[in-house]
Design a protein around this ligand. Structure first.
Ligand SMILES: [Fe+2]
Length: 193
């Protein structure tokens, strides 16, 4: 059983309170649905699985959709906690970005976020290869790079921007996302490696 987390969010610039409120309600829905699926699967695990094969298959597929939705939103909202803080110019994350992206990280990541289709732009760090891997995850369960921890997660589902910017406003929303980001938190994630 998982419990929905509470986030200590400041007033965001360019992302309305109503949008945040609705988005948090969606997040809570993922937690609730994941718990319901996990409980049903626990029942099936103790019964004749042959009898439940069809339902089991559907629920196992949905499990990662709900779980990833839960976890990615936790990573997403946590990035706004505290106050909006710029990337520290001489910090290890800025230096690593400079080495790998030569100052173009944000442009590159924005371009990934602006790709068509709902999903997430995600920056992972590979502690084995010792390099960043940026990716796009369709919806939230397809396209993850396994074993890689998430450094930065940008939600680009329409629900993240529709209310404030309309159907064609993804670019403006991505601007707002970066404006509100607490880079200190993102740096802390990277510091673990
Ligand atoms: Fe979302």
């Amino acid at each position: 059983m998982y419990e929905a987390k509470k986030f200590d969010l400041p007033k965001l610039e360019g992302i309305s309170d109503e949008s945040v409120k609705q988005h948090l309600a969606l997040y809570e829905g993922y937690v609730k649905n994941f718990n319901a699926i996990a409980a049903k699967l626990a029942e099936y695990a103790k019964e004749d699985t042959e009898k439940h094969a069809l339902a089991l298959g559907e629920l196992i597929r949905r499990k990662s959709f709900e779980f990833d939705g839960m976890r990615l939103h936790e990573l997403y909202f946590a990035q706004f906690e505290g106050t909006s803080t710029p990337l520290s110019v001489n910090g290890s994350l800025a230096k690593a970005f400079e080495k790998e992206y030569r100052g173009y990280f944000q442009e590159y990541f924005r371009a990934i976020g602006n790709m068509r289709g709902p999903g997430w732009a995600i920056l992972y760090y590979d502690p084995i290869g010792k390099e960043f891997q940026a990716g796009f995850v369709g919806e939230q369960h397809q396209g993850h790079l396994v074993t890689l921890p998430v450094i930065l997660a940008l939600d680009v589902w329409e629900h993240a921007f529709l209310l404030d910017y309309g159907a064609t406003g993804k670019g403006k929303y991505i601007e707002a996302f970066f404006k509100n980001l607490n880079w200190g938190l993102v740096e802390k994630r990277f510091a673990a490696f």
